[in-house]
Every structure is written in structure tokens, then in C-alpha cells.
Design a protein around this ligand. Structure first.
Ligand SMILES: [Mg+2]
Length: 268
């Protein structure tokens, strides 16, 4: 683990200075970005979680160079992320943890789910309704989430206790997995996950393409593991935590510094 500005440790092949050195030389690059907690601070109303100042103009300038493929990989439904990233257009977005894919030309595709998984997810939704948690629920492609951001700790604990047992039982199926995220719990399809989206991007990239992934959440650990042998993985978070990412940046200043550095390296 290396924080920005610190000397690379021996044997660590992917430190920030080394990565940026390779990026300067590269003819192709890909910048993979989680949205919530990475580009945007959390907001009590998740539909108003807009990016940090300066983030959108910097991404826009990176896109304008046409040297970097910028790809958003988020747990949100893809259209929701697209709306929050307005006025950026021609963006590639993998939504719902890789279930949905919007290409830069606006075309959309969604991975279909088998009948048994659909049935398990409908049981999960039924539990939400029976426990009176609909107003905290988000029904999205391939999953159901319960959000408790903004609730007092005691209340949040009660909400979690009401849903966790039932969902844990459903998650015994290998078709589903239970994810704890910042202020919530999500039961969703085991695959695809964000790591599968990253693997697909690696697969279609030229071997010389320089790739970095920035994320904050536990769901981003799948992405870090998928990319670690191939590119730079960055945990973006105010506090450090146990992670597979190689570099840690504190938002927003170090994140903005990273994007500025990226822009200057590909513009040189
Ligand atoms: Mg996040």
C-alpha cells in the first residue's frame, strides 16, 4: 500500500510514479472509475450525489484527447449514473455491477438472468415488502438494495436486523450474494460483478493499453483483484482500510491531483 507522493517500495511493480511513466509512453489507456464515494461524495438523497467540483471538467478534457477510454463501473443502474454525470456524453457505463452496459454511442445491452435466479430475487423483494421496508428499498437490475444512509445508528441496526436473516438464507444459493456497502445491504446476482466487467475490458484491450481502476467500496475489491496483475488499482477513500488496491488516495484533493496528472501525461 502506498499513499500519494510516497516512494515506491521495492518489489512493488505498480506504484503511481511508475504507472504515470508508462502512461506518458502509451498510445492507449483506459480509466475505470467507480461513481459513489469515488467521483462523488455520499449524499443522504442518492439522486443528488453529484461529483466533486472539478471532476467532470477534468474527465471531459481527458475524453477530448481521445487517448483514454473512460469507463464508469457502478452498482447504480446505468441510466441513473448517466444522469448524474450530465453534461458528460459519449461515456461508457457499466451499471448494476456489470449487468448493464451503455456504450459511448448510446447503445445499451443488459445481461439476462436465468429463471431460478429471477425466482430467488422475487423472494428477496417479497421479504422487503413483508417487513415494511419498501421505502428504503431500491429494486435494480439483478438485485435489491436496502439503504439506511441518514438513519440514526440504532434505527439502521434495526433495519439491517429485519432483512439480514432472510437475505442470508437466500444468499446460500450460489446464484446470489449478499453485499454490505456504505450504509446499506444488497442481495444480488453472484455474477456478473464489477470484477467481471473489468475482466471483460481487459480482454478487449490491447496488451499495451495502460489501465487504472479507482474505487472506494467493498464491491470494488472484485475489480482490484481482476486488475492487479495488469494495471493500477486505487482505493479512493477518506480513511484507509484493508484492501487489495495498490495505492490509496484521499478525495477530493488527491483524486483531482490524480486526474490532473493523467490529463497532463496523455497530453504531453
Ligand atoms: Mg463506490
Amino acid at each position: 500500500m502506498q499513499s500519494i507522493g510516497k516512494e515506491p517500495r521495492l518489489g512493488e511493480s505498480d506504484t503511481l510514479p511508475e504507472f504515470f511513466g508508462r502512461l506518458s509512453e502509451a498510445w492507449a489507456s483506459a480509466l475505470l472509475l467507480d461513481y459513489d464515494g469515488t467521483l462523488a461524495p455520499f449524499h443522504i438523497d442518492r439522486h443528488r450525489a453529484y461529483p466533486y467540483p472539478r471532476v467532470l471538467p477534468l474527465i471531459e478534457r481527458i475524453l477530448q484527447t481521445e487517448k483514454t477510454r473512460v469507463i464508469i463501473i457502478t452498482g447504480r443502474p446505468a441510466v441513473e449514473a448517466k444522469a448524474l454525470l450530465n453534461p458528460l456524453h459519449d461515456l461508457e457505463i457499466w451499471g448494476a455491477h456489470g449487468m448493464e452496459h451503455i456504450l459511448p454511442d448510446g447503445s445499451y445491452r443488459r445481461i439476462s438472468i436465468d429463471v431460478q435466479t429471477v425466482e430467488l430475487l422475487s423472494q428477496a423483494k417479497q421479504q422487503v415488502i413483508e417487513r415494511g421496508l419498501e421505502r428504503l428499498a431500491e429494486f435494480k437490475p439483478g438485485g435489491v438494495a436496502i439503504h439506511w444512509r441518514g438513519l440514526p445508528d440504532a434505527e439502521a441496526g434495526k433495519v439491517e436486523a429485519r432483512i439480514r436473516t432472510g437475505w442470508t438464507a437466500l444468499a446460500k444459493s450460489p446464484r446470489l450474494k449478499l453485499l454490505k456497502f456504505e450504509s446499506g445491504l444488497e442481495l444480488r446476482v453472484a455474477h456478473p460483478d464489477k470484477g467481471d466487467a473489468v475482466a471483460a475490458i481487459i480482454e478487449e484491450s490491447d496488451p499495451d493499453t495502460q489501465i487504472a481502476y479507482l474505487g472506494d467500496d467493498l464491491t470494488d475489491e472484485d475489480s482490484f483483484r481482476a486488475l492487479n496483475d495488469r494495471g493500477l488499482t486505487v482505493l479512493v477513500r477518506p480513511e484507509h482500510r484493508e484492501t487489495s488496491a495498490k495505492v490509496w488516495l484521499k478525495p477530493p484533493l488527491e483524486l483531482i491531483g490524480f486526474l490532473e496528472q493523467w490529463l497532463s501525461r496523455i497530453s504531453a
